[in-house]
Design a protein around this ligand. Structure first.
Ligand code: GLU
Length: 502
């Protein structure tokens, strides 16, 4: 395979980051925003960083950072630098870097590209209302742009409340490039004097992210497309400082399964009733495995033409940033189920058994590892999620089964006729030295022949008698694991039940 050329990677080692705001639960969008920069870093021998952007105190959600870290860990997206692992460019939590942003905001004032603004929220609101009444786009009216810088500094130092705004040029235009979308030229007159430093002394995203991307040596900014409209402002900030610009990639948006619009919180909650979720921690609880989730997510925005089943190392080997696509991706839970099932079957038996064990144990079953290793290959074909192991396999670990009497009666037969078949099966099976597919299947097929019934009728009675349920893994393999003694006891129990019915 050709090694994909990574734009910018020839200049210096790649450094990418995932920069989430801890403002809510970790959803598949956040997982993908972490995965692509991780893959880019790993596929180029670069470095991947976790940076927590927690400067918006109004939106801060306690516990959200921990959920992000656990989500990344569960998915296997390891970062080289971050708040809990440290690194040479820390701190990696923006709330611990506030002095840095203040310094850079004032530096921009000194450079003539920013200005302190003392306008009160009330005044700004009044201006906004007037502009809207005049059908103008609401924006800052420039009242403080012309303040004498020394005077402004004195007022700020004296404790007067202020913000620092970017001094957007009134004329000219700026060209910005997105790797997936090409170059866009924006007239500066369309841009606002955006706030860089808020009155609480904390930076806005615009200042904080651009400063950190520079100080942390980020070469490729991969982020959500909701930031595309801010890119001209970001380019202005970067150029005003004279910094080198990273390459920008804005990812596609996620649409709800119907393909129409974004998924609302309510729709996300509805999906959960269906056993699906857009939140990473739910996916884990619903029995999805990280391999399945990652495979599902990685393809929502990456145009892979060949075989699309991949584990993380395979993704790293094949990742090509040039093949990311800007087209929106509709969330398709059927695909998640598909990939999850495929990856469950790709796991080595020992590994899958280890992952299934907690589900059996949590259901109160006593599980011997040796039995689990025999059961796992029998049920894995049917698993979409790990918790499916219970409906398919819990009966293996129960001492006794309790079939529903009516399910023991085969289709188109009476209870007495079904009991008759069960007695014949019991006689055949008790005569065998042991029950295996090789010993049991031929005489049972002969019984089917002799009885003039269908295999479905005869094996159906046996299945319900031995497993207690109408759906099970392959019957004779299942019997082998259950063992002759229990199989016979369960058949006797079934015969009794059927006789009572008749
Ligand atoms: N904190 C921003 C967000 O969560 C990060 C965007 C970026 O990656 O720069 O949307």
């Amino acid at each position: 395979m050709d090694t994909p050329t990574v734009p910018g990677a020839d200049r210096k080692p790649v450094r990418t980051r995932f920069a989430p705001s801890p403002t809510g639960r970790m959803h598949l969008g956040s997982a993908r925003s972490a995965l692509y920069p991780f893959l880019l870093a790993r596929s180029t021998g670069g470095t991947f960083i976790l940076r927590i952007e927690d400067t918006d105190q109004k939106r801060f959600v306690p516990g959200a950072e921990q959920e992000l870290i656990e989500g990344l860990r569960w998915l296997g997206i390891e970062y080289d630098e971050g708040p809990d692992v440290g690194g040479p460019y820390g701190p990696y939590r923006q709330s611990e870097r506030r002095e840095i942003y203040r310094e850079y905001a004032w530096k921009l004032v000194e450079l003539g590209h920013a200005f302190p603004c003392f306008c009160s929220p009330e005044r700004l609101e009044r201006v906004r209302q007037e502009q809207m009444a005049n059908k103008q786009n609401p924006r800052y009216d420039g009242a403080c742009r012309g303040l004498d810088p020394d005077e402004a500094r004195r007022r700020a130092a004296s404790g007067e409340k202020y913000v620092i705004r970017f001094k957007m040029p009134k004329e000219g235009s700026i060209a910005t490039t997105d790797l997936l979308r090409g170059t866009i030229v924006t007239e500066n007159s369309a841009l606002d004097d955006s706030v860089l430093l808020k009155s609480d002394g904390l930076p806005t995203y615009h200042l904080a992210a651009m400063t950190d991307d520079h100080l942390m040596g980020i070469t490729h900014v991969i982020r959500g497309s909701e930031w595309l409209p801010s890119q001209p402002l970001h380019a202005h900030i970067i150029r005003a400082f004279g910094w080198e610009e990273p390459l920008f990639v804005h990812l596609s948006v996620f649409l709800k399964p119907s393909g129409k619009g974004k998924m609302s919180k309510r729709e996300a909650a509805d999906a959960l009733k269906d056993g699906h979720s857009i939140y990473v921690s739910d996916m884990k609880n619903l029995g999805y495995i990280p391999e399945g989730v990652l495979n599902w997510i990685v393809l929502m925005g990456w145009g892979v033409s060949e075989d699309d089943v991949m584990t993380l190392p395979e993704m790293i080997a094949r990742f090509d940033i040039n093949k990311l696509t800007p087209s929106p991706a509709a969330i398709n839970f059927a695909k998640l189920d598909h990939f999850n099932g495929v990856h469950i079957r790709r796991l080595p038996v020992e590994e899958l058994a280890a992952r299934l064990k907690p589900y059996f144990v949590n259901a109160g079953l006593t599980v011997r590892d040796a039995d689990l290793l025999k059961v796992t290959p029998l049920i894995r074909e049917r698993l979409v999620t790990l918790d499916d192991c219970l409906p398919f396999g819990a009966w293996f670990f129960r001492e006794t089964v309790t079939p529903k009497p009516e399910e023991l009666v085969a289709k188109n037969l009476t209870a007495a006729q079904s009991a008759q078949i069960a007695r014949q099966a019991l006689e055949i099976l008790s005569g065998l030295p042991e029950i295996t597919p090789a010993t049991a299947e031929p005489p049972m097929r002969a019984l089917v022949e002799r009885s003039g019934l269908s295999a479905g009728q005869v094996f159906g009675i046996l299945r319900v008698a031995v497993t207690g349920q109408t759906v099970s893994p392959p019957l004779f393999e299942s019997m082998e694991i259950v063992g002759k003694e229990k199989v016979l006891a369960r058949l006797r129990q079934a015969i009794e039940m059927l006789e009572k019915m008749g």
